[in-house]
Design a protein around this ligand. Sequence first.
Ligand code: AMP
Ligand code: MG
Length: 502
Amino acid sequence: MNAPAPPQLCHRIDDLPLSNSFGALPPAFHTRLMPTPLPAPYLVCASVSAAQLINLDPAEFATAHFVETFSGNRLLPDSQPLAAVYSGHQFGVWAGQLGDGRAILLGEVPSREGAAPGTLELQLKGSGQTPYSRMGDGRAVLRSSIREFLCSEAMAALGIPTSRALCVTGSDQRVMRETPETTAVATRMAPTFVRFGSFEHWFYNDKKSELKVLADYVIDRCYPQLRDADNPYLALLSEVTRRTAHLIAQWQAVGFMHGVMNTDNMSILGQTLDYGPFGFMEAFDAQHICNHTDQQGRYAYSMQPQIAHWNCYALGQAILPLIGEVEEAQAALQIYQPEYAAKLDELLHAKLGLNSKQPDDAQLFDAMFAIMQNSHADFTSFFRRLGDLTIDGSVETDQPLRDLFIDRAAFDAWAVQYRARLRQENSQDSRRRLAMHQVNPKYVLRNYLAQTAIEKAQNKDFSEIGKLLGILEKPFDEQPEHASYADLPPDWASHLEVSCSS
Ligand code: AMP
Ligand code: MG
C-alpha cells in the first residue's frame, strides 16, 4: 500500500521554489530578458484553484508582492526570465519565425498534479516587447486577458486539457488596437509551452541537432514513458497525434471553437493553448466561424478535426529527420482519424446518456445534428435539457427542448427515435438524467457573459469576473441562483465580434 502523501505546505509568493529547465537549453532556444514593467498595476482577477495547483496560498493575492510579481515589475528569487523562439504555419501558410513576442517565461514550480513533469511553468503574457515581437507592442489588452483567464479556468472545470490562468493584472496604460484599450498581463501555467511550431522552427532552419535537443527535452520531461521506446521520436509523434485527436473530440463535444489553430498555437502536450478569438457554439451551425479575421473559415467548427490532423502532419514533417522512415511517420499520423472518431463516439454516447453501442447510433447522432443545424438550436441548452427528457414524456414535458427548435415537428420525430433507443437499453430516467448532467454543462463561457464582465472591468469593477469564474468552475451544477447565466444570448450579443486583435 502506498503511504499517504505528506501534507502540502502553502507557499508565500517569495517561497515558490522556482527553477527553469527550458532556460537550461542552449542559448539558441531563447532570449533572456526582463519583463517590461507595467505602470501602476492592480489586480484584476485571480484563480484560487490555479494557485492551489502550485501550492501558492491564495491569501497572497491581496499582497503588493503578488501584483508586482505578476505584472512583471518585480522578479521572484531565482527567476531567470526568457522569451522562447518558435515558428509556425499561420492560416495554412508558412510564416517563418514567430516566438514569444509578448510572453515571458518566469520559470517552473512544483505542481500538485501528479502527471509528468510534475511542474508548471509560469508565464507572463503581455509583459512587453521581446526580440520576437516583430511589429507588435508586446502588450495584451484587458479584454483579451480576461477572456483568456476565464476560458482557461472554464475549460479546466469542463475536464478539457488546457493551460491554466493564475491571474490578470491591469494598468491604465493604453495601447492601440481597433480603438485605444488599456493593457493587462495574464499569468499562464502549463507543464510546457512548447508548440508544434517549436519543432518546425528547427526543421525549417535545417538544424537537426537542435531539433533533437528539443525532442529529447520534451520526451525527458513530459513523456518519460516514451524514452525507452524503439523509436522515441516516432512514439512522440504517435502520442501527440493521439492526444490531439482526443482534445479536438472534446472541443467538438462541448462546442468549443479555438479560432486560430495555427501550428504555433498547438501545444505539444495536446492541451488547449493560446486563447484568442475563441467561442462556444450557441445557435448551432456546423460552419460557424468564431474568428472575424478568419474570412475563409479555415478554422470553422466543422473544420477543426481535419485542421488539427493537418497540424499533426506539420509536426510529423518537422520531426521526420529524427524518426527516419516516412512510412512509419505516416502510420503514426494515420491513427488520428480512428482515435478522433472513437473518442467523439464515446463522448456522444455519454452526452445522450447511452450506455451501450448500437449499429444505428451514428445515424441517430447525424439526425440530431441535422435538426440542430436546421433550427440553429442552442448547443449547450440542447444537450443540457435533453437530460431532462423522460422516456414516457410527451410534447408537453418536452416543451423546454422543443422551444429550442423552429421546426418542432423535426424535433418530435427525432425524439421518437431517441426514446426508442433509450427503451432498447432499458434506460432509467433518473439515473440517465444524473449521468447526462455530469457531462453536458449548464454553464459555458458565452461571448455575452465574457463581454459583460469585460465592460464592467473596463470601468474598474472587477466583481463580475469573480462571479462568472465561480459559476464556470462548477459548470455541471444546477446553481439555480445563477440560472440566468445559462440563458440564451440577448439580442445585443448578436453584434459581438471577436478577432485576432488582442
Ligand atoms: P497569436 O496569434 O496571438 O498566437 O500570436 C502570433 C504571434 O504574434 C506570436 O509570435 C505572438 O507572440 C505575436 N504577437 C501577437 N500579439 C503581439 C503583440 N501585441 N506584440 C508582440 N507580439 C505579438
Ligand atoms: Mg499564439
